[in-house]
Every structure is written in C-alpha cells, then in structure tokens.
Design a protein around this ligand. Structure first.
Ligand code: 26V
Length: 867
C-alpha cells in the first residue's frame, strides 16, 4: 500500500539525520536505574551519528522560539522535544518506507479517544535516547525529570477506554505490527478539574497553545466529509446509481502522531483529524459588513473537532457527538481506501487481506454504513460483494455493560444528518431480519417474530413509543467478523446477557480479549527504581518486553534481604507522593502510614461512596479508642481522585462528600497521624504515574458485574500494590495470577446481583451503616442538604434505590478492611504479597493482549524495518 500524503513535505523536510541504529539493544537507563551493563550503553552511543543534542536543543530554542538560552524548564522542554521529534520522524519515515515496500496487512484502530498523556519521557526511552538527552540537559543545567514535568498531557480521552487505546498503540509498535490508530484531534481535551471549596469545577483543557512537537501536520492530506442534504437515484448507463448531495461539507485535515515502539526500529502512527471549513470565510458577507455571518462556516466546521465529549453528555450535545463520530470514520476510511487503490487499483476483493478495522466500542460503528457507501455508491460495487468485504474488515469491542452507555441514535437524527447512511442501515436491517427469519424458520411464527423484533437494528425506543432508534451495538455485531469483551467475566456477560440473542445465532463470533497495559509506561518508566531492582534481581531487563519473566520474582518473595530493598523503593515513592500532597494541600502526611488509594472516574457503580463510608467508620472507631489502643492501630493515608462527568450530579456530590469528610478528619489533632483523607484534583495520566508506584493498597470495589475490566488494577498490580476488590472485571484474573489468598476479595458475586436488587427493599442494613447515614444526614460533615440525595440514593425504602448495592457489601467490606490492617501489621507478609503481585502481573501486559488480537481477530503479522 502506498502511503499517500506521507511523502509530501515532511520526508524532505525531516532533519536528514540518520536514525540511530541501536534500538534493538534494550536501552540501559543513564541514571543507572535500568542499567544492565556499561558496555551496552557505550555500544549504543558509539553507533549513534546524530548531532550532539546540546547544540540541537539550543538551536531549536533559538530558531523556533527566539530564545538565546533555556531560562526555564519549559524552555528546556521545548528545545528538547523539538530536537527529539526529528529522531522520531526519521524512524517513522524508515518504518513507513519499509511497510510501503512490503505491503503487509494493516490493523486500523478506530477510536474516538486516545488518552496519550505525556510523550517526552516515553519517546526518549522507547527510542533509546535517554542517555544522550539526559547528558545534554545536565550540561544545560537541567534534570530530565524536571524538564519532562513541563509537558502538558494529551488528554484526548475520558478514562479507561481511551488509555487502553494508547497502551495498545505502544504494544502494536513494539511488536512491529503494521498498524495505526485513527481518531480526532480535539482542540480541547478532557476538562481540567479544580476544587472550589471542596466542589468540582471544570475548566477547559487548552493543550495546544504552545504548539505540539509530537504531531506533524500533513499539508494537503485532507478529505471532504459531508452532512445532511438529499439522496437521489440517477441513471449511469443501464445502472441506477445513488447520489448523495450533502448540504454541509468540511475538510478533515490529517495530523500524524508518531508512536515509537520500544527496543525496535518500528515507529507507528496515530493519525488524528482536525475539522476545517471548506472555504476560509465568506468574503461577500464580510465586505457587506456582516462579520458574524462571514465567519459562520468556519465556526460550524471547527466545532466538530473542538471538544472531547464527557461520557454522559446531554441530548443537545448528542447530535454533535454523532457528527464527530462520522467525521473521523469517514476521513479514516477514505484515507485507507485511497492508499489501497494506489497499490491495488479497484481490486476491492483484496481489501480484507490488506486492512482490518477495530471498532473501539460503538463510537465508530457508523463505519459499517460508511464502508458500504464508499464501496457501493462511490466505487460501484454491487451490494452483496460490498457486504462481504465490509463484514470481513470490521471487528467490534464492547467496553461496558452500562445500558446508558450503549449508544442508540434516533432515526430522525440519523436521517437528517446522514440520510444516505440511514437508508443503508435500513437495507442492512432488512437483509439481516430476512436472513434471521430463514435461520429461525423452525420456530413458531409468534416466537420467531418476537426474536426478530428483539434483534432488529432499528427498533422502538422503549421509553417513547413514538421514537425509532438505531441500535449501534447491534449494527456493530451484524457488520463485524468478531465481537469481544475486555475481561473473561465481561465477555461472558456480553454473551449471556447483553448480546445473548446474537450469541445464540453466531456463537463463534464472540471472543474474550482480556485488557492489558504497557509495562513500559506503567512500570519501567514510571517506577525506574523498582524496574532497576527487578532487572538487577533477574539479571536482565528482558522482562520489559516479556513480562512473563517477572514470575521469576516469586522465588525471592520471602527473602528478607530482597524484601528490604523492595520496601525501600516503595518508601521512596511514598515520599515523592507525600511531597505532591504537600504541594497540593499544604499538609504533611505520615509516610509510615499505609497508602490506600482509589483513583478512577467517579461513578456510582465504582462505589467511591462505599470507600468514604468505611473511612467514616474508621474515624469513629479511632475516636473511641484510648491512647493505648490507638498505638496499635494501623495508620492510613487515604487518597481518592477522579473526575465526575460535568452533568453527573450524584458523582459530584460524592466528590464533595470526600472533601467534606477529609476536612473534618485531617483537622483532628487526636487522629490525623492515624487517618487522613485527601481528594487529589485533576487526576490524569501524569498524576497516575506518580500515584501508582507509591500505592500500597488500591481499591477496585465496583458492584460485581459492572466494571467491564478496569486497567488501573493491572498498573497497581505491576507496581506491587495489594488490591482490595470485588469479584469483578479483571480483578478476577489478577487474583488468579497473584494467588486468590493474596487479594482482599469481598462482596456479592455477579450472578447474585439481579436477585439482590429485587430483594433490596427488604434488606436489613447493618447497624454501623445506619449510624453513619444518620451522621451524614445530621450534618457531621456539614452540607447536609447537599448530601441528602446521596443518602437517599442508597435508602432501601425507595424502590429501585441502592442500585449498586452499597449497603449489601458494606459489612463484608469492613471485614476485608480489617483483614488489610491485620496483614499490614505483619510487614514481612505484606511485602511477600507485594512481590507476588508484580511477579503475577505478566499476563497483563498489553503486548499479550495485542498478540491475541493480532492472531485471533486481525490476522496481522509483524513486519520490522531494518535497524
Ligand atoms: C459510559 C457511560 C456513558 C453514559 C453514562 C454512564 C456511563 C458509564 C460508563 C461508560 C463507559 C464507557 C466505556 C468505557 O470507558 N469503558 C471502560 O473501558 C475500559 C477499557 O476496556 C475498561 O477497563 C473499563 O472497565 C470500562 O468501564
């Protein structure tokens, strides 16, 4: 496949610096952290013929920023990043020249979100340039870590789903798989969360103002994307053709974000689309003095890629969301087809051998209709041939069981915005329901009609019989070759509940692909001290690319000398986090206390509420104790962080409860060294990189059956952090790998939930629960009116309340927390478990996940350029 657009401008304008040649050597870290041998380091520097970075950094500052010297860490960051960028582009060009020549099958990961975080550290480490650049910065009077700290996060995602996409890109590149990500270049990413008097407030995330060294604008590489308008049938010779004339058109402008693999010459790509107006502005209107109208088209177009949607958007916003989805899918498919045609002409029957697309949740599902439109209307294929190709090329991953999150678009909205796609979906649905009728012909007519209606892609809105909806998950299943869930239990729920009708029809379509996280960012780079200890103990750093090797740590788990070193690393990381808490809240926390952490989006199903209730109970117990008794108590620093979607009222109340309880506890001189609670504002990828290595206990306490997988649980596990959790999502597989007895598992099981929900109104709550509810209602933490809906939400007198069964799990959770204290008192047992967690984390590398996708779903093979 030729890479249209990659050849223009950028190739010629790249630095001309030969790519450094030793990326196959697993780099040794300059600060000694991961150093395997000084020989490897010497070998690497000897083979590099790039200019000395010191001069390059200052040049970049002078010519790009008009600065004579790096006066601030931010200056040093800019100079360094723009210098590193050129090395990245060299590697990117080499990889893509190689892939162009080889023409392998590609995987395209279509995702509305990519939560990339920072790039500098990851890029220099993945490229093996850390020694050179750390030295150069030292000469300029800077420390690499401080400089890296000046970078803003690329926060183009809400949470787990977006971060997973970012981890997947790292693994795709590291495994040399020909693959790209495709998404939207949001001007404003995930909002910045600030606390105002303990309440969440949102501020826009302005991340592009100082330029983005990690992207390449592909001048001239843009595609038209249309909306609205009319559809007509016309004669083309004997053939009837369909012509869609959109009423609104925009450009999708390509920006490439190179993705360096680790310890390989491969640098892959994340192509993001920016929406731009077709015409600069309306000069006629401008000349006539109508300035607002002159700029109208520009504003309308730019609005499409302006803001990342929070995952609970309002109906008004929903139309724009569908527009975003179609915008990036349409541009991405046109881009892939144009490259395909440049190499293979119109032999579209070869497309499934050259390209496949992974739909990251239902957000890009309009791809089913769009690929059909491009093949039938634009390329002139007949419907059946196009359908065979489409279904062979697409695959769908489900990421949630939350019914509100399973997208359904009103037919009216779809027909207005995408009239041709609505027609196509209708034809797909007719074909599908007809086929289904045949398939179910053994059933009695009535039963058959019921089943067909239950599986129709277009169906009535159960809450509003007037309205018809397009069910995007159903469209994705019908239009894909493979459908997968993201952890074993979740994939079973997908098969047995959410999409059970479809599973009965196509059992072999359904698979499980348990999530994973990149061990580069989430262990090696964010915790170099632990990584260094592991490398020293295992005798090599090969575990970074082969995490199964971590299992050899099991042999050291009970060794007191090793435990001491392990504990020293954890303590150092706790000190670092304590310094951050001091910076944010001005308080010094007890670093000998157990660091107990829950960081994730705030959601009722994730049950931060349960955590706070147990902290209140702990506080009450401490208050009752004599000074002698208090001496025996396990001190804890409790940290909670995460964003509440801006319109999610209950989640915002939970945040306020955390801050209000913290305000009381942290000010109590009697207990503050034994218990403190802080809310960490603006939780993001970068903050996670400091928090996770310091955590000793992490909480993954969703109602069983609600968290599809979770991925932070895997990051904590890798960093030797014990888990208190429910039998849910990937917790189950983590427990299996770590040893179930090493995990604090509690609570009801997923298969009990439905029954318990029915019986909740008769459930007799624990007296401790009743007492705490009265405390909150009585104003012990102030703001009692504001907390009333929170108390009501778990009140069993209201039918349907406590949907997430907080009360049912409360007593079991307190017991599990007591068990935590008991084990923490035995530090040698605690450390043994901590080591067993890291040792058992091998399965949760995203390299393993991606290998499984590549083998079982994508059928894509590695293709590595020469070093
Ligand atoms: C979306 C919405 C939208 C409507 C309001 C409620 C609600 C609740 C949840 C969601 C989640 C959307 C999809 C998502 O982010 N899923 C996450 O995907 C991760 C990667 O597979 C997985 O680890 C998390 O368990 C899952 O929640």
């Amino acid at each position: 496949m030729s890479l249209r657009g990659l050849q223009t401008g950028t190739r010629g304008s790249a630095s001309g610096v030969p790519v450094q040649s030793a990326r196959h050597v697993i780099p040794a870290r300059s600060r000694g952290a991961l150093r395997v041998s000084a020989v490897a380091e010497a070998e690497r520097t000897a083979t590099s013929s790039s200019p000395a970075p010191t001069g390059d950094i200052t040049n970049k500052l002078k010519y790009l920023f008009g600065k004579e010297a790096a006066e601030t860490p931010k200056d040093a960051y800019h100079g360094t990043a723009w210098s590193v960028r050129e090395r990245l582009i060299d590697s990117f060009d080499k990889t893509h020249e190689h892939w162009k020549k080889e023409d392998p099958k590609f995987i395209y990961y279509l995702s509305a979100e990519f939560l990339m975080g920072r790039s500098l550290t990851n890029t220099v480490y993945n490229l093996g340039l850390e020694g050179e650049y750390a030295d150069a910065l030292r000469q300029l009077g800077y420390d690499m870590e401080k400089v890296a700290d000046a970078e803003r996060d690329a926060a183009l995602g809400n949470g787990g789903l977006g971060r997973l996409a970012a981890c997947f890109l790292d693994s795709i590149a590291t495994l040399d798989l020909p693959g790209w990500g495709y998404g939207i270049r949001y001007k404003y990413g995930m909002f910045k969360q600030v606390l105002k008097n303990g309440y969440q407030a949102e501020q826009p995330d302005i991340w592009l103002t100082s330029g983005n060294p990690w992207e390449i604008r592909r001048d001239g590489l843009r595609f038209e994307v249309g909306f609205g308008g009319r559809v007509e049938r016309k004669k083309d010779g004997n053939k009837e053709v369909t012509v869609w004339t959109p009423s609104e058109k925009v450009w999708a402008q390509a920006y490439d974000n190179p993705i360096p693999g680790f310890s390989t010459p491969t640098t892959s790509n994340l192509r993001l689309w920016d929406a731009q107006p077709i015409s600069e502005f309306d000069l006629g209107a401008f000349n006539a003095g109508d300035y607002d109208r002159a700029m109208l088209d520009r504003e309308r177009a730019e609005a499409i890629s302006a803001v990342l949607y929070p995952n609970d958007s309002t109906p008004e916003g929903k139309e724009l969301r569908l527009k975003q989805q179609y915008f990036f899918v349409c541009a991405s498919l046109q881009d892939v087809l144009s490259r395909f045609k440049a190499t293979h002409g119109t032999k579209f029957e070869l497309l499934p051998d050259k390209a496949c697309f992974q739909l990251n949740d239902t957000h890009p599902t309009i791809a089913v209709a769009e690929l059909m439109r491009l093949l039938v209307d634009v390329e002139g294929l007949d419907w059946d041939a196009a359908w065979t190709i489409t279904t062979k090329c697409l695959n769908y991953t489900n990421h949630t069981v939350m019914p509100e999150a399973l997208e359904k678009w009103p037919v009216k909205v779809m027909a207005k915005m995408l009239p041709r796609h609505m027609e196509i979906i209708e034809v797909i649905n007719e074909g599908w329901t007809k086929w289904l009728g045949g398939h179910l012909k053994e059933l009695k007519a009535e039963e058959r009609a019921k089943r067909i209606s239950a599986m129709s892609i277009i169906h009535e809105n159960p809450w509003n019989k007037e309205e018809m909806l397009v069910n995007m998950a159903y469209l994705a299943v019908v239009g894909s070759s493979a459908v997968n869930g993201v952890a074993a239990i979740h994939s079973n729920i997908v098969k047995d509940e959410i999409l059970n009708d479809f599973y009965q029809i196509f059992p072999s379509k359904f698979q499980n692909k348990t999530n994973g996280v990149t061990p580069r960012r989430w262990l090696a780079w964010c915790n170099p001290e632990l990584a260094s200890l592991i490398t020293e103990t295992l005798g090599s750093n090969e575990w970074i690319n082969d995490t199964e090797k971590l299992s050899a740590l099991r042999a050291h788990a009970s060794d007191p000398t090793f435990q001491k070193k392990w504990a020293a690393v954890k303590h150092a990381k706790k000190e670092k986090l304590a310094a951050l808490i001091k910076k944010i809240h001005g308080d010094s926390v007890n670093t000998n206390a157990l660091f107990d952490i829950q960081i994730k989006r705030i959601h009722e199903y994730k049950r931060q509420y349960l955590n706070v209730l147990s902290i209140i109970w702990r506080y009450k117990q401490l208050k009752k104790m004599t000074p002698e008794q208090r001496k025996k108590a396990v001190p804890r620093v409790c940290l909670i962080g995460g964003k509440a979607a801006s319109a999610y009222d209950m989640a915002k109340r939970i945040i306020r409860l955390v801050t209000a309880v913290g305000d009381v506890i942290n000010k109590d001189p009697e207990t503050k060294d034994l218990l403190s609670l802080y809310f960490l504002p603006d939780y993001n990828v970068t903050l996670a990189e400091t928090i996770i290595p310091a955590a000793e206990l992490s909480q993954h306490i969703s109602t069983a059956g609600t968290e599809a997988s979770g991925t932070s649980n895997m990051k904590f596990q890798m960093n030797g952090c014990l888990i208190i959790g429910t039998w849910d999502g990937a917790n189950i597989e983590i427990a299996e790998e770590t040893g179930v007895d090493n995990v604090f598992v509690f609570g009801v099981r997923a298969d009990e939930i439905n029954q318990l929900r029915k019986e909740r109104k008769n459930f007799k709550t624990d007296p401790r629960w009743d007492e705490i509810m009265k405390d909150i209602e009585g104003g012990m933490f102030g703001d009692k009116d504001y907390f009333k809906p929170l108390v009501d939400s778990v009140n069993n007198m209201k039918v349907g309340n406590d949907w997430f069964l907080v009360a049912n799990d409360f007593a079991a959770y307190l017991d599990a927390q007591e068990e935590v204290d008991k084990v923490y008192k035995d530090q040698s047992e605690w450390l043994r478990r901590s080591i067993m967690y890291t040792a058992g984390s091998g399965k949760f590398s995203s390299d393993r996940t991606i290998r499984e996708y590549a083998e079982d779903i994508w059928h894509v093979k590695p293709s590595r350029p020469a070093a």
